[in-house]
Design a protein around this ligand. Sequence first.
Ligand code: PHE
Length: 433
Amino acid sequence: MSSREHWASRAGFLLAAIGSAVGLGNLWGFPYKASANGGAAFVLVYLAVIALVCLPLLVVELLIGRRTGESPVLALAMVGGPRWRWLGYAMTLNAAVILAFYSVVAGWTLLSAGRTLLLGLPADPAAFFSSISQGPLAIVGHLLAMLFTAGVIALGVRGGIERLSLWCMPLLFVLLVAMAIWASTLSGAGEGYRFYLQPDLQELLRWPTLTSAAGHAFFSLSLGLGAIITYASYTQGQEGLGCQAGMIAAADTAVALVGGLITFPLVAHFNLLGSLSESTVGTLFVAIPTGMASLGGLGRWLAVAFYGVLVLAALTSAVSLLEVSTAAFIDRLGWSRRRATTLAVAAITLLGLLPASDSRWIDVLYTVFGETGLLFGGLMLALLVGWGQPRLEGEAPLVVRRLLRWLGTPVLLVLLVQSLLHLPQVVAPLLQS
Ligand code: PHE
């Protein structure tokens, strides 16, 4: 284990973990899901799930990673016994499938940023978006995103992931806050905030609202698929885990909330609230450039900043997804980092051709793997730590184990069953055509 890589600094690890959590889920998924699922009702469920279920699980993933110094397959076998090895494999596979569609959306952000930077805003944003969202250009975007992600991972934990996070995350925060302040000065901002946060409490009684908010909380915190276990396995020392978990969750939630404070005022200012409630995957990619174009030359640079934020957020998350598979090959098969990265990237890139060719796959893969899969991973961890006898030598705080046993397990069980029942509805349209 002595040859294993480590983070150079505590700040580097924290920024990398926050970089994994803060991603397209916060800036693209959260606002449109919140608006489509009852505004503040969605936000309330989201916050409750984060505080009561995700935070204890985040502590557990950090603890398992740090304690074992291994990626999920070996780590779970060490903590739960060999019987739990399958969960490590399932998580690793889940991370690979998520990256396959995540990198397609990351490709949209790269192409949108590149086009706006080099050529200005497209004259017809809807047509531009439909040209890049599936088909040959989407494949190019996907390849670019995978290439970049692979480059970072091949450079290693310190030289790649940590260095990227130390540069990107502060830049991302500054750009985000600056954009939120600017958005608050727009006429119509108030209407946007109201649309975003008006509580439709009836939504709290609908299962799809509950499962999508809970699933989204897992996705947003990168929980339930071993990304946090993997990152934590490169830490040393005994720093307060609760404190680290709190900082990661707080930063991730803050970015999601601030993301909404940017997009809703903008969309309201440009009179596009109607198009937002259609809640298609492409809303932001069409609504934002449409609005920005009306601001003339300045709009182009604001759009570059906006897409720049999306690119930074997407790539730091994609990197963490790829590290799960890469670390599994390195730890399990003793491969070199370069060889492990090459194989993982080749397989995931191939799989990504599916969602890149037909964007309806993104929704399906997100629901099956990004929502249901993560709830499943979370439930299994809750069972292992809340009910089993994990070899964590008294390190898992009692309150965490109790929460997972009496609250996490039943809540996750119900949510998982509900989301499984909902799956046929999501997959059906794809099978019909
Ligand atoms: N948390 C990331 C986001 O919000 C996505 C992600 C999920 C990354 C799972 C790693 C693991 O976009």
